[in-house]
Design a protein around this ligand. Structure first.
Ligand code: GAL
Length: 141
């Protein structure tokens, strides 16, 4: 599953739970979609695929496990617009990924991967002009 990656970071000790990703950026005027993917260090697994789709005004979330996509979870709260700057924060605890946009919580996504320690990479792809990405450890654990 090769996609042009705008940003990729690896954390060999694992990103979940405990790490927070804060992405600031803006969709280009002709944005169709972008993705934030939390990847596992083996088997081409995607633990969490966060995929805003502009034509549908939907955020499609899913996991790619055992060589196929699972059941989609869609979020119809779509706070993105072309050339409108936004900030997304995603972090996880032992149960869920939590997603905030401009500091408001928009959704959570229950983990489908048993071994959270294998989630070691985060990647941002496609139609987004990134201004910054912060990957920081949360200290409330
Ligand atoms: C597919 C799409 C994948 C992924 C998946 C999520 O239709 O090709 O890139 O977004 O949906 O369910």
């Amino acid at each position: 599953m090769f996609k042009y990656s705008q940003f990729e970071a690896a954390c060999p000790e694992g990103l979940c739970p405990g790490w927070s990703i804060i992405l600031k950026g803006e969709p280009p005027s002709d944005a169709s979609k972008f993705e934030i993917n939390f990847l596992c260090d083996r088997d081409d697994r995607v633990a969490f695929h966060f995929n805003p789709r502009f034509p549908e005004s939907d955020i499609v979330c899913n996991s790619f496990v055992s060589n196929r996509w699972g059941k989609e979870e869609r979020c119809t709260n779509f706070p993105f617009g072309p050339e409108e700057p936004f900030m997304i924060e995603i972090y996880s605890d032992n149960e869920n990924f939590h997603v905030f946009i401009d500091e408001s919580k928009i959704m959570q996504y229950k983990h489908r991967i048993d071994d959270l320690k294998t989630i070691t990479k985060v990647q941002v792809t496609e139609d987004i002009n990134i201004s910054s990405v912060e990957v920081t450890k949360k200290h409330f654990y």
